[in-house]
Design a binder for this molecule. Structure first.
Ligand SMILES: [Ca+2]
Length: 466
């Protein structure tokens, strides 16, 4: 147990963008903090939204408008339209009816109304107070804690599409957010809920996400755990969420069929890179992780149980979707601790520590990715040696394998696999040959995957002789 009440990872004091670094260091000095207390200390101090390192970027809502967002579920009630920046709570925590909320409806009041009446509630925001061009900032005091916002008895839609809504907490807490203790979450996205378009600053506790819920186009900026995915399947996280500077940005606790797609971890699609994060996606269940950008110090804490599979495909590690290299000591596809993993196709891994690194307890299949320029290419528990390349011509590659399986052939400037060329079976003869154009001036490498889904490291590279 560590600082955060969990097995908190070691965190290096990674380089931060200049503006952010200035106030971080100032606060550390002010509070006399060592490195271990860094994040807690920064987040608890009284910052305003203008201090946000992304406040100089174009409005978040302009980016969100480019996304395909899920619609709100049908509601039996008129929408609860928030029309004030205050966090007032007229009517107290038992508030269950908008007519009792006074002349203005605050976000906190809307949340309590949703929590105190059964039936889908839709919370929206008036454009007069929350225009996209100049987001309205709701500062939430600590009054609602430690018990958190109330438990929602039914689906909730928090809809900030075409609005500029920043919800900012003035004090952090950090907490687990797990059944059967619903009070420990900020709020719950009960079954069938939708949350879109919010910027959540210094989120003090996770949001609990239940089956069938969707979240898209939200910024979750906090050093703490941010989403706790619980319950039965079909949770959709994405597209277009930004998870900034968290530990355990998304924790998938139970069941499979969770789709985490087209999100940004420690990276903002408006071009901003946050300090890298640890245990970015904590998987204690299977999931499909697809199309995301990771600027993470540790992308995964991956332990899917027996019978569930984690699929990681078409993601970018160490680069953004435009292929721009991101700075820092960044994680590739690593910390795959146990369980079954299918890595590929289509992951792009550049300049990270590992391409793919999994432990001896994980079964890791690696197929058709683009991995190059990492410190280590592929490290797995495959119980056999990589294939050997014995002949390369301009039109063919041949070699041997230690055990029958599928050989994938790559072209690379070094000893990894930037460009997939072809694949071919290596049969009981333990030899293989593939016809493929081979680029001149580069090396050829290969991997071997057996019938049990273990993939080897890259073979030794062989250059095409001129
Ligand atoms: Ca009110």
């Amino acid at each position: 147990m560590g600082l955060f009440g969990v097995d908190a990872p070691t965190r290096r004091f990674a380089p931060l963008p200049a503006r952010y670094r200035v106030f971080s260091i100032a606060l550390m000095s002010l509070l006399g903090c060592g490195r271990s207390g860094f994040y807690i200390s920064v987040v608890n101090d009284r910052l305003t939204d203008s201090d946000s390192p992304t406040s100089s970027l174009p409005p978040w809502g302009e980016y969100v408008a480019t996304l395909s967002l899920p619609p709100c579920p049908a509601s039996p009630f008129p929408s609860l339209v928030v029309d004030t920046l205050t966090d007032e709570l007229d009517g107290g925590e038992g508030l269950s009816e908008p007519s009792l909320a006074g002349p203005s409806l605050s976000f906190v009041e809307a949340i309590f109304i949703a929590a105190n009446r059964v039936g889908v509630d839709v919370i929206e925001f008036t454009p007069d107070v929350f225009p996209v061009s100049t987001p309205g900032v709701i500062q939430v005091r600590t009054r609602s804690f430690p018990n958190g916002f109330a438990y929602e008895p039914s689906a909730l839609c928090i809809n900030a599409r075409d609005r500029g809504v920043v919800i900012e907490w003035l004090e952090g807490l950090d907490s687990f957010c797990a059944e059967p203790a619903p009070g420990e979450c900020v709020w719950h996205l009960q079954a069938g809920s939708v949350q879109v378009g919010l910027e959540l600053r210094r989120l003090p506790m996770p949001i609990w996400v239940a089956n069938g819920s969707k979240m898209a186009g939200c910024v979750l900026d906090s050093p703490y755990r941010q989403l706790e995915v619980q319950g039965t399947p079909q949770v959709e996280i994405g597209p277009g969420n930004v998870f900034a500077q968290s530990v355990w940005a998304v924790s998938v606790q139970t069941q499979s069929d969770v789709w985490i797609h087209d999100n940004f971890f420690s990276y903002d699609p408006r071009g901003f890179v946050y300090s890298p994060t640890s245990n970015t996606i904590a998987l204690f269940a299977g999931a499909l992780i697809e199309g995301n950008v990771f600027a993470s110090e540790q992308a995964f804490q991956g332990r899917p149980p027996s019978g569930e599979i984690a699929v990681v495909r078409h993601n970018s590690f160490g680069v953004d979707t435009a292929g721009r290299q991101l700075a820092g000591s960044l994680s590739g596809i690593e910390s795959l601790v146990s369980g079954k993993w299918i890595v590929g196709p289509g992951n792009v891994v550049r300049g990270t520590r590992c391409g793919v690194c999994s432990s001896s307890s994980a079964v890791t299949q690696v197929t058709r990715n683009s991995i190059t320029g990492t410190e280590v290419g592929i490290v797995t528990a495959a119980p056999f040696a990589p294939p050997a390349i014995t002949a390369v011509s301009a039109t063919s590659v041949a070699g041997t394998c230690a055990t029958p399986g599928m050989v994938e052939v790559f072209s690379d400037a070094g000893d990894q696999g930037e460009t997939f060329l072809t694949d071919t079976v290596c049969g009981s003869s333990l030899t293989w040959a593939a016809a493929t154009p081979v680029p001149v001036g580069r090396n050829v490498t290969a991997t071997l995957t057996d019938d049990n889904g273990h993939t080897s490291a890259f073979s030794a590279p062989v250059a095409l002789a001129n």
